[in-house]
Design a protein around this ligand. Structure first.
Ligand code: PMP
Length: 435
């Protein structure tokens, strides 16, 4: 690691200057701009395993992992080979391929509640499509989501949203018609009573409840005991659909996602990130009788020129086959717990109030004593200190998510030695952040 002297940033700075002239904020997705932590983003030149290198040659141990997809680490040889082989055979056809069938079957093997699967190109498309389907299937217009949960940038979801919108303080976006926002009801996460009250007030009118079954977009918030089961009971009683947005939790908190871990069968599930091996893929699926309302079988329209793209299918297949054949989950979970325990021990040692946790290889820590159960709790964490901590870690070659309202990830490429290094550098960063 080249962290002997001050980190060099001239090349990234110059790229950022050029980028800002041509692209809003210099980035193609807001959280990348470091607005949540201040300063300028680095520009990546390459990545391998647990590491990223930037345009100035600085090396980082990466806990962002493309915001989740890279569960095998960067540039895994099997994934690279699969994409290379697929590209030789053409990059898009606009006609079906065997790889779409194979990946859909494999997804269903992991997530059996997805009796039918439709591929799209992003998590945003998956959630937008799932909600349209829920509305089309039930004939109802309202939806219920949770404060600080993020489901992509679809209009209906930009109400009290998490992730970048929380980081930038824009929970309700201009450009979304107020008439549409009115149809999105919100409740605090982990508040079953609030959900019951909303269902009493709007009985028979709510098409679906959509949620992150373990939240990653308000920082890391685990569900309270009974919360997910309660939602299943309430939605079932009302004839409303339960949608698990497992874009982040899928293949992360357990091989079969949160629904496997907590033993709940949602009506619909949305996936993204891990299933694409780092290429643009999302998917939605669920009960066959509901999914058969989608065109061309049913009347609810949803389509995509690049959906089921052969490169994306190849990358996804390569990644999921390794997860199936090698079952790295117990080891990923053990290492993730070690990381979180080490970060929390740093806090205890230095007298910094901290809390945190993990499920599988999805994790998070807050600079707050905890317990952190809701977005309101998360907002009460020490964001100013987080900024100093983030930059101290970056300076020492550790890339944590550049916002206090994001989860972290771990890959199979992260060794115990990487974790020891991280904990030790994070201790120094935390000590500096105190000063
Ligand atoms: N749902 C969840 C739970 C997410 O975490 C995200 C992205 N972080 C999305 C949906 C949107 O996915 P994408 O960025 O691929 O559109």
């Amino acid at each position: 690691i080249n962290n002997a002297g001050p980190r060099q940033t001239a090349a990234s700075s110059e790229l950022f200057r050029r980028a800002c002239e041509i692209t809003p904020g210099g980035v193609n997705s807001p959280v990348r701009a470091f607005r949540g932590v201040g300063g300028e983003p680095f520009f990546v030149s390459r990545a391998q395993g647990s590491r990223l290198w930037d345009a100035d040659g600085n090396e980082y141990i990466d806990y962002v992992l493309s915001w989740g997809p890279m569960i095998l680490g960067h540039a895994h040889p099997a994934v690279v080979q699969a994409v290379t082989d697929a590209a030789q055979r053409g990059t898009s056809y606009g006609a079906p391929t065997e790889s779409e069938v194979q990946l859909a079957e494999l997804v269903r093997d992991f997530v059996p509640s997805m009796q039918r699967v439709r591929f799209v190109n992003s998590g945003t498309e998956a959630t937008m499509s799932a909600v349209r389907l829920a509305r089309g299937f039930t004939g109802r217009d309202m939806i219920l989501k949770f404060e600080g949960n993020y489901h992509g940038h679809g209009d209906s979801f930009l109400v009290k949203a998490g992730s970048g919108v929380a980081t930038l303080g824009l929970p309700n976006s201009p450009g979304v018609p107020a008439e549409l926002s009115k149809l999105t009801l919100t409740a605090p996460y982990n508040d079953l009573e609030a959900v019951e009250e909303i269902f009493r007030a709007h009985a028979g009118k709510i098409a679906c409840v959509i949620l992150e079954p373990v939240v990653g977009n308000a920082g890391f918030l685990p569900p309270d005991d009974g919360f997910l089961h309660g939602l299943r009971r309430i939605t079932e009683a009302d004839g409303s659909l339960l949608i698990f947005d497992e874009v982040m939790t899928g293949f992360r908190v357990a091989p079969g996602g949160a629904q496997e871990r907590f033993g709940i069968v949602p009506d619909l599930t949305t996936l993204g990130k891990v299933i694409g091996g780092g290429l643009p893929v999302g998917a939605y699926g669920g009960r066959a009788d509901i999914m058969d309302h989608i065109a061309p079988v049913g009347p609810v329209y949803q389509a995509g020129t690049l959906s089921g793209n052969p490169l994306a299918m190849a990358a996804g297949l390569a990644q999921l086959r390794i997860l199936r054949d090698e079952n790295p989950y117990p080891e990923l979970e053990r290492r993730t717990r070690r990381l979180v325990a080490g970060l929390l021990a740093n806090g205890a040692e230095l007298g910094v109030p901290m809390s945190g946790g993990s499920y599988g290889s999805m994790w998070g820590v807050f600079l707050a004593a905890g317990p952190v159960r809701t977005f309101a709790d998360a907002s009460g964490s020490d964001v100013a200190m987080f900024r100093r901590f983030f930059h101290g870690a970056l300076q020492r070659g550790v890339f944590f998510a550049p916002s206090a309202f994001e989860a972290g990830f771990l890959s199979t490429a992260h060794t115990d030695q990487d974790i020891d290094e991280t904990i030790s550098r994070a201790r120094d960063a935390l000590r500096d952040a105190l000063a």
